[in-house]
Design a protein around this ligand. Structure first.
Ligand SMILES: [Zn+2]
Length: 174
């Protein structure tokens, strides 16, 4: 699944790399490293019947900067996973904090990822609950992958709403 399928394609972007989806002019533009995108997709395909999840890592955008960079991906451990739900447990958060501290000391959790095997790319009411409570910084994003339909999408804050948005995939040697 090296070619993520998306709805529309932006023709005008000054960002380096390939862009997908619709941009919101007044929001951060998401730029994900190609290696991170591959990691997310590979991990998402590990289980086509139960939800998986993880964390998107990158630097916190300096204030005023309009680009959110995602440089790496960390699978979530100790989750409770079912066909249509995923729960991050206390151990999930503790392990994530430890891993980021030990392995990615220069990075922060800039968003989260989970899969919807076979039921499409959107945020459910429960997903919104997680996003509102744990990823409430204006620059934090959510990513949903459907590994059966081979679709993926990002969501970001726009005021107090969370909306679907486009992204740019940057080759790692840029
Ligand atoms: Zn969900």
């Amino acid at each position: 699944m090296s070619n993520p399928r998306t709805t529309t394609r932006s023709a005008s972007s000054s960002l380096p790399g390939e862009t997908f989806g619709t941009w919101h002019a007044d929001a951060c533009q998401i730029v994900i490293a190609h290696s991170a995108l591959e990691s997310v997709i590979d991990y998402s395909e590990h289980d086509l019947y139960r939800e998986l999840g993880g964390f998107l890592l990158g630097p916190v955008p300096p204030s005023g900067q309009r680009v959110l960079e995602i440089r790496d991906f960390l699978p979530a451990v100790a989750t409770k996973s079912r066909a249509t739900s995923l729960t991050f447990t206390h151990d999930t958060w503790a392990a994530m904090t430890r891993e980021v501290h030990d392995r990615f000391p220069d990075m922060n959790v800039v968003g989260w990822h989970h899969t919807h095997p076979g039921f499409g790319v959107f945020l459910s009411g429960y997903d919104m609950f997680i996003h509102r409570h744990f990823f409430r910084a204006a620059w934090q994003v959510a990513m949903v992958v459907d590994p059966q339909r081979k679709e993926l999408g990002f969501f970001q804050w726009q005021g107090d709403r969370v909306v679907g948005c486009g992204f740019c995939c940057r080759a790692n040697d840029n």
